[in-house]
Design a protein around this ligand. Sequence first.
Ligand code: UN1
Length: 507
Amino acid sequence: MAKAYERIQPGRQVFLNYIGGEWVESVSGRTFENRSPADRDDVLGVFQSSNAEDVNRAVEAAREAFRTWRLVPAPRRAEILFRAAQLLVERKEAFARDMTREMGKILKESRGDVQEAIDISFYAAGEGRRMFGHTTPAELPDKFALSVRMPLGVCALITPWNFPMAIPSWKLLPALVCGNTVVLKPATDTPLSVYNLVRTFEEAGVPKGVINLVTGGGREVGEALLGHPGTSLVSFTGSCEVGKHIASVCAPLYKKHSLEMGGKNVIMVMDDANVDLAVDGAVWGGFGTTGQRCTAASRVVVHRKVLREFTDRFVARARGLKVGTGQDESVEMGPLINESQRDSVLGYIEIGQREGARLLTGGHRLDKGEYARGWYLEPTVFGDVDPGMRIAQEEIFGPVVAVIPCDSLEHAIEIGNGVVYGLSSAIYTQDINKAFVAMRDMYTGIFYVNASTIGAEVHLPFGGTKDTGNGHREAGQAMLDVFSEWKAVYVDYSGKLQRAQIDLPRT
Ligand code: UN1
């Protein structure tokens, strides 16, 4: 029997919430439209504008499902996840096309986003047969000691629009393999990609109530999830402002919360660098995903000896980038996600000029002809940027790069570390000694040598220091620490009272 995943109303497709294994409308009776950032007349569908009552129902369903899901052996849970991964492989192209329409990133990158979801699915599923704890000798005779991971319960996953399928997967997969159930709230700009993900996991055989999807705004849905007594963890990726709010709600409740926030990432180009390679890295890091990555290289610190050469080539490349709809395979940079994001980036461009940075290329919105219906902006480069300027300190989340001169490796490292964020950094140099010094001294969660600041792989820890996060990492082995609690287990088979630290048996 065909399931009612969506309702078709005249002229529009209505997408539903997924609660307790049923596709349902919000009790609010309200919906919102999902429009393409490349063409605001292109409506992808209508989604549920959910409220606190929908959240209650979803948390209740997830709590109920947790009672049985936590007892399913992890290798069995993993079999379902492997199946989902295979389905994602089959659907990669279709999901990538939906994502480009929905989020605006170019097709090549959307395929990469779905691929990242596939990678983490296989990787996390593999944990079903690992999830290692420790066995270790006990200090007393006839006593056995080990540690095991246990699930937390219901995890609230609040996900961003810039990686519409990859980031939800970084959270969903480890949550499930560890034995948790989830309520997933996608960004209002990109619910379709998360819908595609959830549908796939349903079809792979994830039992009812294990995954619940509630779409809608942060104020209603997100807020209800944070303070809800039924959720044990909030995993969030997004802005520092929202992250701070989440911490302030969760901390007094002693609720575990994992926050992944901003970046002001730096590429350092030394005087011995392969300049062509560095330019390639700066273009990809600065303008890939239209600069809307937490890992974007929004600062390039360049040794004065190669400053002219680097800047000339970099500016020429930025100026030559083909901007347009991501659905056109020849386009290199798509639009920004929405109007307010473009306004915010334009605001920073104004600030940069007021602060006295030199606008080397770009700086304007693109809104004529083929660009008229989307949120387009020119790739923008500032030169002569002082490290203290706001455009060199604050996360812009758009296609704006600040080129900052430096005099030495030490100077570059000082500038590189001189921001409140600590996500990703990179050095271009042919000198292995410089590379190792920078690797040691850059206080960021991710570091690259002769590669750009973007391009993290799923089996390594992802996250950052300082205001980038609150000490957690996603992906890699570290993901298990977010989605499980350790339990230390002691088995005393001596048949008598043995007191640790007190009874010290002699040989
Ligand atoms: C993000 O920008 O929020 O390393 C995630 C990268 C990607 C993930 C980025 N693999 O840029």
